[in-house]
Write a protein that binds this ligand. Structure first.
Ligand code: ATR
Length: 290
């Protein structure tokens, strides 16, 4: 048990609900490893109380906060400043204490990128298939464009949303990198090469573990690597279909790890050694029972 004393700094998570979060495991393990006098706790914030919560946290000298559902967009209105990538995405998951207020960042996307790098997955120059056009997929589309992906086929059940995201990201990046499609037209994606596929819909999330956006085996023959943003379950139907056709597949738990690691780095002005990050990952897998 770590000693809590007059110098202990506090960080935490605001959201609703927050009871099932794994973030305390990430941050308290890092603090323990580093011997840093910092404690991380969840704060359940009632609807209509977000502004007061952020203001109160600042007044209480809270070092940093993570923000989760349903406040990632709304919180941008409670901040002193917002980082460029987070402003583009329109969602903030990390608040960093600065003079006069918090600055907002989006470490979800930085975390996804670091998770991919750690698995040897590249975005630069790649042709990618992205499933979904909701909040998460839109952020991934911005990430792919900013990391110079060659082309992203953006597939969504509701075509209007795919076209809207493509238009927005292509305009912001100044090139026609995102190609919108209806999901059911996936057969039109050229089969003369293999792709990285990123699963960014909510389909397949526990308890609906048998659900998948595309069930057609032919689709999975075009995929060399599948990355599912979902981590519960740790083997989604999407992942098992990728593996069945010879591709490698990853779940989203490392993205969760690195979004936390990057937030911790921003709060404390340090770089977390990879061995500490991997020790945290071991504990997270233990929590998941995998
Ligand atoms: P998030 O913030 O997690 O991205 P969201 O913004 O609600 O959540 O987006 C959910 C995504 O999952 C969307 O791409 C949605 O497709 P539609 O735009 O057509 O709704 C996709 N999705 C959810 N349920 C789906 C289903 N049963 N079949 C196909 N796509 C689904």
């Amino acid at each position: 048990m770590r000693q809590i004393d007059g110098h202990t700094r506090l960080c935490g998570l605001i959201g609703n609900p927050v009871e099932h979060t794994m973030s305390p495991v990430i941050h308290n393990t890092l603090a323990e490893k580093e011997g840093r006098n910092l404690v991380y706790v969840p704060f359940h914030v009632e609807h209509g109380q977000l502004g007061r919560a952020v203001e109160g946290a600042y007044a209480l000298n809270i070092l940093g906060l993570n923000v989760t559902v349903p406040y990632k967009e709304e919180v941008t209105g409670c901040l002193k400043a917002v980082d460029g990538m987070a402003a583009q995405i329109g969602a903030v998951n990390t608040l960093v204490r600065t003079d006069g207020g918090y600055k907002g960042y989006n470490t979800d996307m930085m975390g996804l990128y670091r998770a991919m790098c750690s698995e040897g997955i590249r975005l630069e120059g790649e042709e990618i298939i992205l499933l979904g056009a909701g909040g998460a997929a839109r952020a991934v589309a911005f990430l792919c464009a900013s990391k110079q992906a060659a082309k992203v086929y953006l597939l969504n059940r509701t075509p209007e949303k795919a076209w809207q995201v493509a238009e927005e990201v292509n305009r912001a990046s100044g090139r026609e990198c995102i190609v919108p499609m209806r999901t059911r037209d996936h057969g039109k994606i050229p089969a003369d090469r293999k792709y990285l596929a990123i699963q960014a819909t909510s389909v397949g999330l526990y308890p609906h573990v048998e659900d998948v956006v595309i069930g057609d085996v032919g689709f999975y023959q075009k995929i060399h690597t599948g990355f599912d943003l979902i981590y519960r379950p740790s083997e989604t139907k999407f992942m098992s279909l990728v593996r069945a056709e010879g591709g490698q597949a990853f779940h989203g738990l490392k993205m969760l790890l690195y979004q936390g690691v990057i937030a911790y780095e921003l709060w404390n002005g340090i770089t977390v050694p990879e061995e500490d990050a991997l020790a945290v990952y071991g504990r997270m897998k233990g929590e998941m029972g995998i």
